[in-house]
Design a protein around this ligand. Structure first.
Ligand code: FES
Length: 137
């Protein structure tokens, strides 16, 4: 689903165990910043999935190149993403940037950084609060 935070679209994506496995095992050599060293996420967001819970991805849905909205292409055989061995993820049709299901940017695309992860926290198992984290709640 898409919600809005500070005027920006925020994607909340339910990742299946298979999607999680594909993302965790993807070839990091194809990614520009696989360990999220550029601060595009709160400090508590760590690991290849860039999320608090593996099965829930929370990303700002704005390409880090020039601000288009990437397309959700979760299937490994998705068409039109311009690469082989696609792990599932997000494809920006404006200039061809690619991101995996954790929002990690591929190498050699126009987008310079991973998609942004906003601050968020789980109020309950069913409710996510975007824009607040455990420390600011
Ligand atoms: S705005 Fe997404 S690739 Fe240029």
């Amino acid at each position: 689903m898409t919600v809005e935070w500070r005027g920006k679209p925020v994607w909340i994506v339910n990742r299946t165990p298979e999607m999680v496995e594909r993302t965790e095992s993807f070839d990091v050599e194809r990614l520009a910043d696989p360990n999220s060293e550029v601060p595009q996420q709160p400090a508590y967001i760590e690991g290849p999935l860039r999320s608090i819970r593996p099965e829930i991805g929370v990303l700002i849905g704005i390409c880090t190149h020039l601000g288009c909205s990437p397309l959700f292409k979760p299937e490994p055989d998705a068409e039109g993403v311009g690469t082989d061995n696609w792990p599932g993820g997000y494809f920006c049709p404006c200039h061809g940037s690619r991101f995996d299901l954790a929002g990690r940017v591929f190498r050699n695309v126009p987008a310079p950084t991973n998609l942004e992860v906003p601050p968020y926290r789980f109020e309950t198992d069913e409710i996510i609060v975007v824009g607040e984290d455990e420390e600011t709640a």
